[in-house]
Design a protein around this ligand. Structure first.
Ligand SMILES: [Zn+2]
Length: 138
């Protein structure tokens, strides 16, 4: 079996103890019992990896797919940051909006009046001309 790369999977082989548990299923008393093989078809690691929600929490249970095969199924997904229940655990509309705003920063503020070349400040150009004249004379 491939190793489980999941934030909820926990194993402890310390001193011959062989403890494996799913802390997601483990805290759902209504679920059918969990066993390690269920991880191989579990959608949760993929959801946690791919979701655009920055603070996703899910609840899951061992359900029966096609009434024969036990499979972990997400029963409830919520964005803890926005306190909204998500229909799709892969997508939080609020987090997506925030991310979009972070990627496209607002336009920079207009330049102040003292910018070089504006009618109010001819000084920089005059100084430049004078300095150049002196260096040519010496
Ligand atoms: Zn969110």
């Amino acid at each position: 079996m491939k190793p489980v790369d999941c934030p909820f999977y926990y194993s402890d082989y310390y001193r011959g103890r062989e403890l494996e548990e799913c802390r997601l299923i483990g805290r759902n008393p209504q679920s059918r019992p969990w066993r390690r093989a269920l991880c191989d078809s579990c959608p949760v690691p993929d959801i946690m990896h791919r979701t655009d929600c920055t603070d996703l929490a899910v609840e899951a249970e061992v359900g029966r797919r096609l009434f024969i095969i036990d499979q972990v199924q997400v029963t409830y997904a919520v964005c803890l940051k926005h306190k909204t229940e998500l229909q799709d655990p892969l997508h939080c509309p609020e987090c997506a909006k925030e991310r979009e705003q972070a990627l496209t920063p607002p336009l920079p503020p207009p330049l102040p009046n003292m910018a070089v070349g504006s009618p109010q400040s001819p000084a920089p150009r005059d100084e430049y001309r004078r300095g150049r004249g002196e260096s040519e004379g010496s």
